[in-house]
Design a protein around this ligand. Structure first.
Ligand code: GSH
Length: 321
């Protein structure tokens, strides 16, 4: 495996310990605190631009106008012998010496930690510990925790739409976000067949849904859209080839591809997406791609106009009162 055992780093193949009987099962996340004391400069996000889960948090940092409040540290694209690694040691507050590896954040938080060392990490610089390393939690925290400081009232998980959002999140998480990993990391033909079939049947369902709905939960743009976006934007460049998710491309789906472009063109979002970095990271997983060669294509133009104005949409909901 690759990860920490009793606080000691063990290097090995990424995700191998999560493959059982040929099928990939994502490990649960360890640090799940939901309450933070919102103060400028207190928190830091450690991410990789390869990682769709980490990208959700980068997107929310931008959408909620938190660039000045939460600093980020971006790991190198390829997960190395020591796991996620930084080009230069990253300052992480006074409680800890600058860190070169993400695993140092884990052992600082729990000296006997055992398990995988993943990004994103929401880090408390003041206390020198991980607050939360589950992206689904981190985006919920960012959705509201700093509102009083920033005055940003955009609500991506509005009470009125929660049931609908939760229902779609469940499907999108299992069959799409994690579906590409189940497909790519399958070690038997059967588990690959099952995962790829499910992935594309869910993409077909989403394609039909987006024919008549501007966004996943209807007229409003919500966290369900951003959770789907991070996988769609990586799909044709990385998952189609590196993870063998190749029955169709997102480009082959009229609604999904137009929807993807609308989200990509949302102010500031394209700055959170680095396709060369994403390709380098996925094609750098050497047990999947032993030569490490990064393919040249595909040519994609996500800045092309989209046709989503044909559906009525009201953008982002705002918290009131
Ligand atoms: N549940 C976590 C999953 C995060 C995750 O799996 N991140 C991957 C990168 S995309 C990782 O860091 N993997 C390291 C490893 O498998 O050793 C979340 O959504 O925050």
């Amino acid at each position: 495996m690759s990860g920490l055992v009793n606080g000691k780093w063990v290097s090995g193949d990424v995700a191998k310990e999560e493959i059982k009987n040929g099928a990939f099962h994502r490990e649960d996340t360890a640090f799940r605190e939901m309450h933070i004391g919102p103060q400028a400069g207190r928190y830091q996000l450690f991410i990789s631009l390869l990682c769709p889960w980490a990208s959700r948090t980068l997107i929310f940092r931008h959408l909620k106008g938190l660039e000045k409040f939460i600093q980020i540290s971006v790991a190198q694209p390829v997960i190395g012998e020591n796991g996620w690694t930084f080009d230069t040691p990253q300052d992480a507050g006074d409680k800890i010496a600058p860190v070169s590896y993400v695993h140092q954040l884990y052992t600082a938080s729990d000296a006997t930690y055992t398990g995988k060392v993943s990004v994103p990490v929401l880090w408390d610089r003041q206390e020198g510990r991980i607050v939360n390393n589950e992206s689904a939690d981190i985006i919920r925290i960012l959705n509201h925790a700093f509102d009083a400081l920033t005055g940003n009232q955009d609500d991506f998980y509005p009470a009125a739409l929660r049931e609908e959002i939760d229902r779609w999140n469940e499907v999108i998480y299992h069959d799409v976000n994690n579906g590409v990993y189940k497909t790519g990391f399958a070690k038997t033909q059967e588990s690959y067949n099952a995962a790829v079939t499910r992935l594309f049947s869910t993409l077909d369902t989403l394609e039909a849904h987006l024919q008549t709905h501007r966004y996943i939960a209807g007229e409003y743009l919500t966290e369900a859209d951003w959770r789907l976006f991070v996988t769609l934007v990586r799909f044709d460049s990385a998952y189609h080839g590196a993870f063998k998710c190749n029955i169709r491309r997102i480009e082959d789906y009229p609604n999904l591809s137009n929807y993807l472009r609308e989200l990509y063109q949302w102010p500031g979002i394209s700055d959170t997406v680095n396709l060369p970095h994403i390709k380098q990271g996925y094609y750098g997983i050497l047990w999947l791609n032993p030569t490490g060669i990064v393919p040249a294509g595909p040519e994609l133009d996500l800045r092309r106009p989209h046709d989503r104005q044909r559906l009525s949409g009201r953008g982002v909901m705002h918290t009131t009162g």
